[in-house]
Design a protein around this ligand. Structure first.
Ligand code: GLY
Length: 372
């Protein structure tokens, strides 16, 4: 078993990674049970695949399940109210640990509920999607969506433990695995060119289901994320902001497609990272060969790397307008993650939005390198 620590002083917590951890959950979660019982929140789809397995793994600890509908719409005020009412009815106390079993939606919702329940109780992340395993379960960003946009109401609230069992990916639709893989590649593109080389060499094996490749990618990714979170928990110094590579362009694409299944978050990030590299090349910051390499790898992984592949047919002006509503806006300016090359991402605060608009208008005609 691999153990990675998120070092945050007396709020430090371990991330445990091993195939089959769910089947041995008793050893890791039994101490969090109260009166022999543990509350586990999951969506109905994940529960159908993993809840019985977790219950067996918990042995003599009984599961008190709370099931919610699957999908992004569960990150809502209505579901937060439903969940907190249910948790209060179950008599949750501050020292309790609520288990979030699922992908980013359940992790974000349960984490936020835990942050406000009785002014803050504990929670454990048991992420079951690749995206949640390599990114959202670690670092304590929790939120729901509001009418004004995604993730606009939330809190930083760190979990007490993250338990990652890569075998949960075996029942995940391949499209979801690909979308999560974009966040794996992201760590290479930010500051780790050797890891990007590894992705190029092993990405297809990982996507084909190879257990060793999956575990390696997860361990490497959470170790990178743990370092960043320990250095800049609340995204104040700019270090954690690097994790938003591709998210500003991606946010515009997701907004244009209505934050729907047309474009999953990881797919928006894949296309957004390619656009960030291509834009960096366009303004002379980054060799075009690096931008092409990024696009080639993500397209080979079955991810969209052009506006056409992301099913976005909008003007540059429309997309820039979506960006202006991004929560990353800072005093009326929009910080962009740009790159000087693979593994050389940096935060640029003075990007000319007219240039971004022109670039996106030109990008509208491009087709995926592999499709053309
Ligand atoms: N997913 C970006 C972050 O946790 O900061």
């Amino acid at each position: 078993m691999t153990r990675v620590t998120v070092g945050l002083g007396d709020r430090s917590y371990p991330i445990l990674i091993e195939a089959g951890l769910l089947d041995r959950a008793h050893g890791h979660l039994a101490s969090f049970a109260r009166n022999g019982r543990l509350i586990v929140v999951a969506d109905e789809q994940v529960a159908a695949c993993q809840m019985a397995r977790l219950a067996v793994g918990l042995g003599d600890v009984a599961v008190e399940p709370i099931l919610l509908p699957p999908g992004e719409s569960t990150k809502s005020w209505a579901m937060l109210e439903q969940l907190t009412d249910r948790l209060l009815a179950l008599g949750v106390e501050r020292k309790d640990r609520i288990v979030a079993l699922g992908g980013g939606v359940i992790g974000d919702l349960v984490g936020f509920a835990a942050s406000i329940l009785k002014r803050g109780c504990g929670f454990v992340q048991v992420p079951t999607s690749l995206l949640a395993q390599v990114d959202s379960s670690v670092g304590g960003k929790t939120a729901i969506n509001s009418r004004a946009g995604k993730n606009l109401v939330g809190a930083f609230h760190q979990p007490d433990l993250v338990l990652i069992d890569p075998t949960t990916l075996d029942t995940l639709p391949v499209r979801q695995v690909r979308a999560g893989y974009a966040e794996v590649v992201k760590y290479g593109l930010i500051d780790d060119p050797d890891f990007f080389d590894w992705c190029e060499a092993h990405g297809s094996t990982l996507l084909a289901g190879d257990a060793g490749a999956r575990t390696h990618a997860i361990v490497h990714s959470v170790a990178a994320k743990a370092r960043v979170v320990a250095a800049d928990e609340r995204e104040t110094s700019g270090t954690r902001a690097l994790l938003n590579l591709g998210h500003t362009f991606g946010h515009a694409l997701e907004a244009e497609t209505g934050f729907s299944d047309t474009l999953l978050h990881g797919e928006g990030v894949a296309c957004g990272m390619t656009l960030a590299f291509r834009f960096s090349a366009h303004i002379g910051l980054c060799p075009i060969a690096d931008a092409e390499r990024v696009g080639r790898h993500l397209a080979a992984a079955g991810l969209p790397t052009t506006l056409a592949a992301a099913q976005v047919d909008a003007s540059g002006a429309t997309l820039v307008d979506h960006m202006m509503h991004d929560k990353k806006m800072d005093s009326g300016r929009l910080p962009f993650l740009l790159a000087r090359g693979i593994g050389k991402t940096f935060l640029a605060k003075d990007v000319d939005l007219v240039e971004v608009e022109r670039f996106l208008d030109a990008e509208r005609q491009r087709m995926d390198a592999l499709a053309s």
